[in-house]
Design a protein around this ligand. Structure first.
Ligand SMILES: Cc1cc2nc3c(=O)[nH]c(=O)nc-3n(C[C@H](O)[C@H](O)[C@H](O)COP(=O)(O)OP(=O)(O)OC[C@H]3O[C@@H](n4cnc5c(N)ncnc54)[C@H](O)[C@@H]3O)c2cc1C
Length: 639
């Protein structure tokens, strides 16, 4: 047995296991520092004279098999696709060091990697683009056993089915932006999922794994009962589960998909009627009862759904959707929240046959935060486009993980200080509405059936006419630039909040919850934790909310969070709704039971165990001082 000290990749800009695992002389230059900087990962060898870094005070014993694991993994995927001793930071929460990050390049490799990890007795963490907000895609520095991250990004094959692409099979690492573009350009079809993070191209499989939600109120959250995935059984052996519904099954499906370049209808089993999207979501959504529309602890559907890394998804099959003939993006502003709710119910989701494509909401505080902290991000997306922001985002996460003073805040301070050099991001007409009103909706109306767009517009005008003068005003975005600016403004909210808190020098907390479909107010907050700013934004059509709170530095953010959670649950809300439990929330007992059945040895997403074991706790609470206890708290993070 030897010790491995989990050292900080950023400090050493290099390395790894031990010399024998590395298979080299024990001292060599970093192999891929420049590429690694962009991806936040490093490959190389730890200089002998470097002092070991104690990550959260942890030290891990490696067994002989674990010492050899790096070499074994390199044999499976090639040396260039294994990085060792990598410290990674989550997009909003969590930071920890993985024994290795492995990037399989084929389905067989992914399965072989998982088998090797199981044989070595390490914990396994599946990973996509690492955009999740609740810490589930990075290790948390808890060191009972080492963690290996299986990053699935190289497995990005997309196979539309048949000549019309009515369904599509995606390998796990395919990105949702990549999928959206390919379906639109080649098949004039629409994909199943649009998240606020689409500019970072998050993976299709992670969407299923988290039940990610987003803006698409006609389609529902990412969901499919048709998947190919690996499960670690009771004895530690890796099982392949196939519910894809292809003509070839199991191991044969794996072989077939590995080489397939296209899929025809003849490749699907005609007898398989299993759902590849949320069944009847429109009907469900427009029935305004006391249920929530969707939430993360929902145990319905095949076990890959909302499995949160408890199984390794290799590929999934999804329904695709028709593209509308035409559409309009409308910014509507209301004098009060009640009117915004009424507009949503009477116009956007009045009936399942004629409803909006998306319906988002922001309040004045959100507008102010994005205006003060999000202008550079919006400009960057505009200049670089959706596909080129991911490396910059990873660079920001990397800089934040460097163990130097102010590293955690320097990027956001920069974004805050230089925000003002750019003009206001919203077009003049929308900007004027944001000055006049406190509540804003961004709606997309589309022509799926003849007359639908006109029908929605006439409902909107009728609604406006039914209200006192000046209660509701709206603007139909006139051109592509107005549409794009309005949409980017909405997407910039989540990242801008961290910049906003750091800029203001105050604590922040972000939460994600669903309210009953018939609930039409803001939940009341516990008075003992006064909030200095309350930013409310919402996938409004689904009554799913994200709230960002700015707190004075004297408030205990974790306590406040637990009290707010109780307040939301008291009115029938469910929390989290779409960002996943990750390492942040304890899941309810039935969800935990489901995960135990999927992963009886608790090999997968091992960190989740900490949450699972804290049965009495309302929320996961980690004692490691460098970790945040709630959403975005720069103060605690900075300690
Ligand atoms: C700016 C911003 C906006 C966002 N907006 C939204 C939004 O509108 N709606 C929303 O729902 N989310 C949103 N998110 C959260 C995030 O983008 C989603 O959770 C997304 O689905 C994560 O995808 P990923 O590829 O980055 O997954 P990761 O972060 O890498 O992983 C997420 C989870 O999926 C698991 N996983 C990944 N790949 C696999 C696999 N192959 N098999 C099994 N498990 C796997 C991981 O173990 C982890 O538990 C936002 C994030 C950001 C940064």
């Amino acid at each position: 047995m030897v010790f491995i000290r989990l050292s900080h990749a950023a400090r050493y800009a290099s390395v790894s296991f031990s010399a024998s695992v590395g298979g080299g002389s024990g001292r060599a230059v970093a192999l891929a520092a420049s590429a690694g900087i962009l991806s936040g990962l490093f490959v190389g060898y730890q200089p002998k004279e470097s002092k070991p870094h104690r990550h959260c005070g942890c030290e891990v014993h490696l067994t002989d098999v674990q010492q050899q694991l790096g070499g074994n993994l390199a044999e499976i995927v090639g040396r260039g696709n294994v990085s060792s001793n990598v410290t990674m930071r989550g997009s909003r929460l969590g930071e920890g060091t993985a024994l290795a990050v492995v990037k399989p390049g084929s389905l067989h490799e992914a399965m072989a990697v998982l088998k090797a990890c199981c044989a070595a007795g390490v914990a396994v963490l599946p990973q996509g683009a690492n955009t999740s907000l609740t810490g589930g895609s990075v290790p948390r520095g808890e060191c009972d056993r080492p963690t290996v991250i299986i990053n699935m990004r190289r497995l990005n094959k997309i196979l539309p089915v048949g000549a019309d692409g009515g369904q599509v099979l995606c390998f796990a690492g395919a990105g949702i932006f990549q999928l959206q573009s390919e379906l639109k350009n080649k098949y004039n079809r629409d994909s199943h999922s649009v998240l606020g993070s689409i500019f970072l191209n998050p993976s299709v499989a992670a969407g299923v794994s988290y039940g990610s939600g987003g803006t698409q109120i006609r389609k529902g959250p990412a969901f499919t009962n048709r998947a190919l995935f690996c499960r670690v059984a009771q004895g530690g052996e890796v099982e392949l589960v196939d519910t894809l519904g292809l003509q070839v099954k199991g191991k044969d499906a794996l072989d077939f998909l590995e080489t397939a370049t296209e899929l025809g209808l003849q490749d699907l089993d005609p007898k398989c009627k299993v759902a590849a999207s949320w069944p009847n979501y429109r009907q469900h959504l427009t029935k305004l009862d006391s249920n929530v529309s969707r939430y993360n602890a929902d145990t319905t559907g095949a076990e890959c759904n909302r499995s949160e890394g408890k199984v390794l998804i290799l590929a999934t099959l999804h329904d695709t959707f028709p593209m509308p003939q035409k559409d309009s993006v409308i910014w509507a502003s209301c004098s009060d929240f009640e009117t915004a709710q009424a507009l949503k119910r009477e116009v956007c989701i009045a009936s399942p046959d004629c409803m909006a494509k998306s319906c988002e909401y922001i309040n004045r505080e959100v507008h102010d935060a994005v205006d003060q902290a999000g202008r550079i991000l919006i400009k960057m997306i505009e200049i670089l486009g959706m596909t080129r922001l991911e490396p910059l985002w990873n660079l920001k996460l990397f800089i934040e993980s460097v163990p130097l003073p102010f590293a955690t805040i320097v990027c956001d301070k920069f974004l805050w200080w230089f925000n003002g050099i750019l003009p206001k991001p919203l077009p003049a007409k929308l900007q004027a509405l944001t000055q006049e009103f406190d509540h804003h909706m961004l709606m997309e109306f589309a022509e799926y059936t003849p007359g639908e767009l006109d029908g929605l517009m006439s409902r909107l005008r009728k609604f406006q006419d039914s209200k006192p003068e000046g209660t509701v005003k709206f603007h139909v975005c006139a051109d592509a630039r107005e549409r794009s600016r309005a949409t980017l403004f909405r997407f910039a909210v989540a990242p801008a909040f961290r910049t906003y808190c750091i800029g203001l020098g105050q604590q922040g907390l972000s939460i994600d919850y669903a309210l009953p479909k018939n609930f039409t107010r803001y939940p009341e907050l516990p008075a003992q934790y006064p909030v200095s700013r309350r930013l409310v934004y919402s996938h409004f059509g689904c009554n799913v909310y994200h709230e960002d709170y700015v707190f004075d530095n004297s408030i205990d953010v974790h306590e406040a969070k637990m009290a707010i959670k109780k307040a939301i649950e008291k009115v029938g809300g469910k929390l989290p709704a779409e960002h996943g439990h990750g390492t942040e929330y304890a899941a309810p007992a039935d969800m935990q039971q489901r995960w135990r059945l999927s992963d009886p040895t608790n090999t997968m997403t091992f960190e989740q165990r900490l949450v699972m074991e804290s049965w009495g706790a309302e929320l996961s609470c980690f004692h490691c001082p460098a970790l945040w206890v709630g959403g975005t708290s720069y103060k605690k993070d900075y300690m």
